[in-house]
Design a protein around this ligand. Structure first.
Ligand code: MG
Length: 163
């Protein structure tokens, strides 16, 4: 019987003016930055929680606590590498992922192809198994006031086929 699992993840981080902004491992602005213990990459954080949830593991808050100095300013790409290893060790491989980033500013439309390619590279899956959507909040709420950026992610994983 084919063993298939789904997982969802969500994250939000506050924004401040100035500095550099990285989303999905791609530099997208030099006018805003996340206020966060790590690099605040909301897309990679939501993605990690989706993968961990699907494979029956603890969430990133438990695995990489923001009270632990080891994770201060750490690149989320490194954490994702660790999560991918955990997914594989638990006997799964990724079927596909799909993400929606909600940002009023900067416009992420021009960066979607680069983010998609980067996620495919990090996860070692084809680009057509990676969905990246960029939405605004239509000016509403904290995201609409450019005080935060959030991301929703879903993933599908399946039991690894025997070699
Ligand atoms: Mg986070």
């Amino acid at each position: 019987m084919l063993k298939i699992r789904a997982g969802t993840g969500y994250d939000i981080h506050r924004l401040e003016r100035g500095g550099d902004l990285v989303i999905g491992g791609i530099h997208v602005s030099n006018e805003l930055h996340f206020v966060a213990h790590s690099d605040g990459d909301v897309l990679l954080h939501a993605l990690m929680d989706a993968l961990l949830g699907a494979s029956g593991q603890a969430d990133i808050g438990e695995l990489f606590p923001d009270t632990d100095p080891r994770y201060r300013n750490i690149s989320s790409s490194l954490l994702l590498k660790n999560v991918l290893e955990r997914v594989h060790e638990n006997g799964f491989e990724i079927t596909n992922i799909d993400c929606t980033v909600v940002a009023q500013e900067p416009s992420l439309q021009p960066f979607k192809p680069a983010i998609r390619e980067n996620l495919a590279r990090l996860l070692k899956i084809p680009a057509d198994a990676v969905g990246v959507k960029a939405k605004t909040r239509e000016g509403l709420g904290a995201v609409g006031r450019v005080e935060a950026i959030e991301c929703y992610c879903i993933c599908m994983i399946r039991a690894r086929t025997q070699p």
